[in-house]
Structures are given as structure tokens and as C-alpha cells.
Write a protein that binds this ligand. Structure first.
Ligand code: FES
Ligand code: FES
Length: 156
């Protein structure tokens, strides 16, 4: 039976009627039209669907919609301020750390979580933090460079 859930996404409150077991990713992409969060594997192993749920990085493909009720969600669409990219987004752009860009939103969300906890990560810290993310274009060296650059720019 469908239920009503209320969630605050990128500062805006939305109410959705949905099957409680439906993936949060489908609610975001299909009901709220926030297609920046990507569907990769659908089973929690590629990181493409990473969003923040009450501030914690969360795989939206394996999170039931009901779990997001009355919660706060941040997606890639909420990062830029108007035309001004978030510094982590700017670092990925500056390093050209994407080819198809499919993995990029998830990589950026996890990078933000990493830098919040550890503003000066070593390369090992970065690799460990992004371990659950797959880049099918194998852009890992540039992604590493982008995270280093984001950490540097946060120091300024
Ligand atoms: S789509 Fe969610 S982890 Fe791959
Ligand atoms: S840039 Fe294509 S999947 Fe990472």
C-alpha cells in the first residue's frame, strides 16, 4: 500500500505518495525530477546514487523511500549557489576529472563528506573514501587530483 512521505530536498519540502519500499533514488529522479543523482548498479556497489540523508552519505538505490520520511536530503543539484559552483565541483571541473561524467555526482558527494571529516586527506585516505565508487571510464588519476585540489582550495 502506498504511503505519503514528506522530505526536505535541497532546502525544499516535498510530499510524495509512494510504495514505502520503492528506492529513494526513484523518488528523487522520477517524482522530484532530480536526475543529477545517477542509477548505476541499483544494488549498492557503484556509488553513483550517493546523496546525503540527514548529513550522512547514503546510497539512494538501496534506501527505501519510507526511510527518507521526515528527513533532510542533499543532492548534487543543491551544491551550486546560482552560477557559483561549490569548490568541490569547481575542483573536479578544473582537473577535468570526468569523461562521461556518470560517476561524478556520487564522487563529489562522497568527497564532500570526506573533506568535512578530514580536511587534509592523504592519497590513501582519498582512495579509501572513494573505494565504493566505480568509474567505468577509469578516470581515477584525475579524480584523485580533483580531490587533492578541493582539499587545497578549502585551506585557503
Ligand atoms: S546505483 Fe546505487 S550504488 Fe550503484
Ligand atoms: S567519468 Fe565516466 S563513469 Fe566516471
Amino acid at each position: 500500500m502506498d504511503i505519503k512521505i514528506t522530505l526536505t530536498v535541497n532546502g525544499k519540502t516535498a510530499t510524495v505518495t509512494t510504495d514505502p519500499e520503492r528506492p529513494l533514488l526513484d523518488v528523487l529522479r522520477e517524482d522530484l525530477h532530480l536526475t543529477g543523482t545517477k542509477y548505476g548498479c541499483g544494488e549498492g556497489v557503484c556509488g553513483a546514487c550517493t546523496v546525503f540523508l540527514d548529513g550522512e552519505p547514503t546510497l539512494a538505490c538501496i534506501t527505501p523511500a519510507a526511510k527518507a520520511d521526515k528527513k533532510t536530503i542533499a543532492t548534487i543539484e543543491g551544491l551550486a549557489q546560482g552560477d557559483q559552483l561549490h569548490p568541490v565541483q569547481a575542483a573536479f571541473l578544473a582537473e577535468q576529472a570526468m569523461q562521461c561524467g556518470y560517476c561524478t555526482p556520487g564522487m563529489i558527494m562522497t568527497t564532500m563528506a570526506l573533506l568535512k571529516k578530514n580536511p587534509k586527506p592523504s592519497d590513501d585516505d582519498i582512495v579509501q573514501a572513494l573505494d565504493g565508487h566505480l568509474c567505468r571510464c577509469c578516470g581515477y588519476p584525475k579524480i584523485l587530483a580533483a580531490v587533492r585540489r578541493a582539499a587545497e582550495s578549502a585551506k585557503r
